[in-house]
Design a protein around this ligand. Structure first.
Ligand code: HEC
Ligand code: HEC
Length: 316
């Protein structure tokens, strides 16, 4: 009997351990299944600085989302602007024409083209998955339906996009209450209620309406716990006395990337957190990812929050 109890307890232990370190929902936003977007009045919408007008239906067209500022970027390849129906959505639906993208997706602007190609390969082969399947399922489906030439053309386009400050990092103890809604994006809740930030990063649009309309001019705010930027800087600079390895060795002195190693400066804080977590938990794998495994092995979630806060606060 005693033996049986011991065995059962042992069997329970790893489960308990995993639950304590489950992927945090603030980093992997998914709207609740019963979420209903507010009704649309069908009228034409505008964003500041653009003479164009689109209805919400146009905005939500997966194969031709609005291009509010066509003069501000090179002509988009067909795949970026329109995808490949029926399986592959237009890349700019989630990453925007500028590549800067929404935090629940990712920022592709100025990434090395070969790195982008390699990531599509990793999604396709099953090496790269998110710890929350919903966050990577689209990319996996798209990658499986694309040829190498199509991927290469999109990769070159995004790689040529200029980086820009897109996420404003704000240290705080209290954050506006928020919820996950349309497009699995997090928004500030109505009213002025606040709550303690705790051990989280809360990333929300600077202008809710602009983000919903896919305006490439309105970026995001990442609220991070007080002191986390400095804590991240310490880890980056010193490696935390052997806890991790100085990021700058591979990602460049200014964290803007070297060769095919992606830049991290100025990118979405929750995106960076997700990647550190996914690599630590083995859901994101790959030849080059092996270099990151010793980096993340001993990091706590608070370390990852600090690193993400610091990276995101740097000028891209
Ligand atoms: C429906 C939304 C959506 C569309 C459309 C989309 N993506 Fe993504 N993409 C995502 C999400 C979500 C992630 C992040 C997954 C994660 O968190 O790990 C991502 C990540 C990526 C990454 C990894 C970035 C990095 O830094 O490693 C690349 C590269 C990428 N997408 C390329 C593309 C290309 C090329 C297209 C067009 C064929 C495209 N995406 C279309 C949602 C989308
Ligand atoms: C020994 C080299 C090396 C060191 C040191 C290193 N990295 Fe990386 N990192 C890489 C490589 C290579 C990749 C790209 C992996 C791939 O191609 O899939 C990467 C990818 C990443 C990504 C995912 C980027 C994306 O666009 O999805 C993040 C986030 C990251 N590193 C953060 C860090 C942080 C934070 C540190 C320091 C604590 C660090 N890295 C230290 C080599 C390194």
């Amino acid at each position: 009997m005693k033996l049986w109890i011991c065995a059962s307890l042992l069997a329970l232990l790893p489960v308990v351990g995993m639950a304590a370190d489950a992927p945090p929902d603030w980093a992997y936003p998914v709207a609740p299944p019963d979420y209903k977007a507010p009704p649309d009045n069908g009228q034409a919408k505008h964003v500041k600085g653009s003479t164009l007008a689109f209805t919400q239906k146009d905005v939500d067209d997966s194969f031709g989302p609005p291009d509010w500022f066509p003069n501000e970027h090179a002509p988009m390849p067909q795949l970026v602007a329109h995808g490949k129906a029926p399986a592959v959505h237009a890349c700019d639906q989630c990453h925007l024409a500028t590549g800067r993208g929404h935090p629940e997706s990712g920022n592709l602007a100025h990434l090395p083209a070969d790195y982008i190609v390699e990531q599509l390969d990793q999604f396709r082969s099953g090496m790269r998955k998110s710890s929350v399947a919903r966050r990577s399922s689209n990319m996996i489906d798209f990658a499986k339906n694309l040829t190498d030439d199509e991927v290469r053309e999109a990769a070159q386009y995004f790689s040529s996009m200029a980086p820009a400050v897109w996420t404003r990092v704000v240290e705080t103890d209290m954050v506006p209450k928020s919820f996950v809604g349309e497009g699995n994006m997090r928004f500030v809740a109505e009213g002025n209620a606040k709550e303690p930030i705790g051990h989280r990063i809360i990333e929300v649009p600077q202008e809710e309406e602009g983000a919903k309309l896919r305006d490439p001019h309105t970026g995001f705010i990442a609220y991070v716990p007080s002191g986390s930027i400095r804590a991240g800087e310490q880890l980056v600079a010193t490696g935390g006395n052997g806890k991790t390895i100085q990021c700058t060795i591979c990602h460049g002195a200014d964290l803007k990337g070297i060769g095919n190693v992606p830049g991290l400066a100025g990118r979405s804080a929750i995106y960076i957190f997700r990647q550190l977590y996914d690599i630590q938990h083995g859901t994101r794998k790959g030849n080059a990812v092996a270099l990151m495994e010793p980096v993340v092995k001993n990091l706590t979630q608070d370390d990852m929050i600090a690193l993400a806060a610091y990276m995101s606060s740097r000028t891209p």
